[in-house]
Design a protein around this ligand. Structure first.
Ligand code: NDP
Length: 241
């Protein structure tokens, strides 16, 4: 039990990759703080099953991020933060509205920045902590139709490397996990022909499972990764090689 007694926040922790991360961290002994925006029933059921707490908060807003951090603080410490919540608003750049650009940035970048800032203030006083930001292969490689999303994820990777340098001497590690194409609602919402094409391009010839992302997150959250910081780990079946 690598995370026994640790408090872990997972944003968007009730479904998709977030749910798998919540389950994996809870199985490793963590007390999970399961954030949700819309998936109230799923979050409450998961909290009851795993013995965690469900916290409704829109982490794209300053007030939402603050409410979530305050709820977690009430448990005594914050040892792990996983910034998993993320959205896409895809479209070619020439037709991309300011709203679709801003909406993605509000959650995927601004929300991650505020959560990192507010949680690291708590971690600094504890002199320990692990932050894991879920980025994307799209942010590493770029992707046509995802200028907003790819830019938000690449910015989070740069933010994370900078925070890793700022916080390392206080025993706080900051890493990213960049999934390729994982079988969740986000990918199921895509054109099936695109998903089929991508699957054929993956050296492993299949989509990833949310649990396969979660296991890497659990490693980075734990002391097993005590000398790992500032890294972006691709979990993509070899697609980004
Ligand atoms: P889903 O679309 O399945 O789930 C999105 C999650 O984000 C939900 O838990 C949702 O919570 C949460 N969320 C959305 N808006 C908000 C908000 N304003 N405040 C709090 N939570 C919010 O996505 P995935 O599980 O596929 O993706 C999870 C992460 O992994 C994202 O950051 C995504 O960019 C990244 N990723 C996914 C890939 C994939 O192939 N699936 C590939 C690369 C990266 P709720 O239901 O409560 O609204």
């Amino acid at each position: 039990m690598h995370l026994t007694g640790k408090v872990a926040i997972i944003t968007g922790g009730a479904r998709g990759i977030g749910e798998a991360i919540t389950r994996e961290l809870a199985a490793a002994g963590a007390r999970v703080v399961i954030n949700y925006a819309r998936s109230a029933a799923a979050a409450e059921a998961l909290a009851a099953e795993l013995g965690g707490v469900a916290v409704e908060a829109d982490v794209s807003t300053p007030a939402g991020a603050k409410a979530l951090v305050d709820a977690a603080r009430a448990l005594g410490s914050i040892d792990v933060l996983v910034n998993n919540a993320g959205i896409t608003k895809d479209g070619l750049m020439l037709r991309m509205s300011d709203e679709d650009w801003r909406g993605v940035m509000d959650l995927n970048l601004d929300g991650v920045f505020r959560m990192c800032r507010d949680v690291s203030a708590v971690m600094l006083s504890q002199r320990r902590g692990s932050i894991i930001n879920i980025t994307s292969l799209s942010g590493v490689r770029g992707n046509a139709g995802q200028a907003n999303y790819a830019a938000s994820k690449a910015a989070v990777a740069a933010l994370s490397r900078s925070l890793a340098k700022e916080l390392a001497k206080r025993n706080i590690r900051v890493n990213c996990v960049a999934p390729g194409f994982i079988d969740t609602d986000m990918v199921r919402a895509m054109d099936p022909r695109i998903v089929e094409g991508v699957t054929q391009a993956v050296p492993m010839r299949r989509l990833g499972k949310a649990s396969e992302v979660a296991k890497v997150v659990r490693f980075l959250a734990s002391d097993d990764a005590s000398y790992v910081t500032g890294q972006e780990w691709l979990v993509d079946g070899g697609l980004g090689v």
